[in-house]
Ligand binder design. Sequence first.
Ligand code: SF4
Ligand code: SF4
Length: 394
Amino acid sequence: MPGEWTQVRLAELKAEMAAALPALGIDKIGVASASPFTALKQTLVRHRELGRESGFEEPDLDKRTEPALLFDDPQSIIAIAVAYPSKLADAPKSEPGARRGILSRSAWGEDYHHVLRDRLARLEAWLSERLPGFRAESMVDTGALVDRAVAERAGIGWSGKNCAVITPEFGSWVYLGEMITNVPFPPDEPVIQGCGSCTKCIDACPTGALVGPGELDAQRCVSFVTQTKGFLSDEMMRKMGNRLYGCDTCQIVCPVNKGLNWTQHVELRPDPEQAKPLLVPLLSIGNREFKEKFGSSAASWRGKKPIQRNAVIALGNFKDASAVPALADVLRDDPRPVLRGTAAWSLGRIGGAGAAAALREASGQERDPEVSAMIREALSSRPAGAADGQAPNR
Ligand code: SF4
Ligand code: SF4
């Protein structure tokens, strides 16, 4: 039984586990105590009071901070990190008439939830072979615990001012997962390296979502907003640029990440056409085609609607007049008000005679009051002539 293992033997086993990491497909491992995350709970309560949650989190703050509510007699938490690519080799060009959007690096390659679950299962099997009576409960992202808080306590990395866990070895280009166990492995020390006086991520955030060092207002964060399904504000749409899913700006500017690109995990290598897809074909993509093209990516978890809405926004931000016919089709024919209203916004942003004609035609037919208001707004604010501009292409 685990209770018969001495701390000396468990320390040896930890060293063996570290040596086995390449075979397990894991890049870094650390052990945290399973005691409650008391300080984190206070932060989460404050965060909730200030309305800064994304809405995607586990709602029960006790479950998020007390491992004992999730697992019978927890003795330790093993945190794992798997590094992922940050660079796109042979990236297709986004050109006039063939504009492209971009998926966040966290959605490149195979869905990291699957990859991390595979790695945690391998680790669990490895430990079960060596520890009779071993029990564990693994989780990735959607589990109750806060991955980043566990990783920080387990010495995987420090919590950056951009709210990412930054490892000294791999930067913040790491996926995190954890496993609560019934074995009292000796815990690791937290990483003491920190951000120092750097504020690059806070300065670069397009929406001011980093409201302080390590403090994120998820409601203003492009990464979360791209995953929502409703209408967005004019300000947010302008600032989203051509992002279809997620946002990497506060990681790209981080000096610790400079030059780091991790390609050792074959499943996580990006398909350039998936990572940087053409925008116009997305507007009319069918369910089956969407599944074939994006179903393997973490970006597909909310379905095609948010990505299509974001593609409409990106085309407006590019101000590329060649997109007007496709946007006019969406405005006239798409059954979803959010898509029609957003297409009106984009046509208004592009401007020109073709966009104005499409908006006028739609204004006589539209029955949804919110979409009608967006059409009127687009007609009154559209620029005099079509322009061909550039959206940020991170
Ligand atoms: S992900 Fe983008 S929007 Fe969110 S905090 Fe970072 S830079 Fe700002
Ligand atoms: S950009 Fe600077 S402040 Fe932000 S996480 Fe990186 S090191 Fe820290």
